[in-house]
Design a protein around this ligand. Sequence first.
Ligand SMILES: *Cc1c(COP(=O)(O)O)cnc(C)c1O
Length: 359
Amino acid sequence: MSYRLYIPGPLTISESINQAMGKPMVGHRSKDFVALYEDMQPKLKKMFMTQDPVYLGTSSAWGVMEGALRNVCRKGVLNCMNGAFSDKWNDVAKRCGKYAEALQFDWGKPVDPEAVRKALATGKFDCITFIHSETSTGTLSPIADIMAVVREFPDVISIADSVSSFSTLPINKDELGVDILLTGSQKALALPPGLAIFAVSERARERAKQMTDRGYYFDLIEFHDNHSKGMTPSTPCISLLFGLQHRLIEVEAEGLENRYERHRRLNEQVRAWAFGKGFSLLPEAQFATRGLNCFKNDRNVDLERLNKILKSRHKLVIDGGYGKLKGKTFRISNMGDETDATIATLIAALNDGLAEQGM
Ligand SMILES: *Cc1c(COP(=O)(O)O)cnc(C)c1O
């Protein structure tokens, strides 16, 4: 059974991406691979707004989220936490044997730059993690204000997750001074899962060189050495890279500014529908992310029943809340390839599904 995914990743894969991924395989040490790799670099740098190399890791985002810590956290990491993914990062850091402290905010609240300043001023940390768009709560943290604070601490390497914000709105890596900016394939880029994409500063690589236990699979120095040859350290998910290559061509054709505008517009359309039905956003509107919306289930909808109807009758699904927010919130993605038409279809289906519950 095939149905369209309006959950915040993975998303439905377009026909054009599926076709691109079906290209004949090439060897990962071949000239053809180097051509593929080098064709994508300038386009990726443009999207990341950086002069830094953009590495391609064969793993989901968590691979790089863990690997980054192993490369740059020597003294301690400050984990800014305001939702399921950012909270987990603290646990991951501890499992890697790192000294890690939680800077906890309520779910649905953004990271507060002043609290970051206070914590970093203790001198206990040489790196920081935060999530730009906390997908579990649909919350966007003020990355410019956070990075303005982080830049006051030259020893602190910043690791920022843009998994559900990348390419939905501008994130100027170099201007912000983010050291490691990472994203994954299956959210804002609407590719299949399995690829992590991350841009890394020279500062972060210099730190990595001092680390003796950074491992192999996510060793930034290995990534960089191979990058210089247009390759990856180990055999990557080449089919997915064909998909990424095609995605980059599509993004270029659309234009980044138009892409941001499309995401903003579709995001507003979903918001307007939900507000009309009596639902409110979980975060304050000014901190609500643009690739998805996380609404409070103000009207006590039976979300499982709603999704059953959406799936069986309309061949689509939304998300019924993540982790401890299950049943209390619902999330609707407008990332990737959504258009005015696909969002209109979704809204009509939602209206039908809610009518079943007398709404
Ligand atoms: C989905 C997501 C992740 C985890 O991604 P995986 O691909 O499952 O490793 C991390 N951070 C954010 C913000 C996410 O939305």
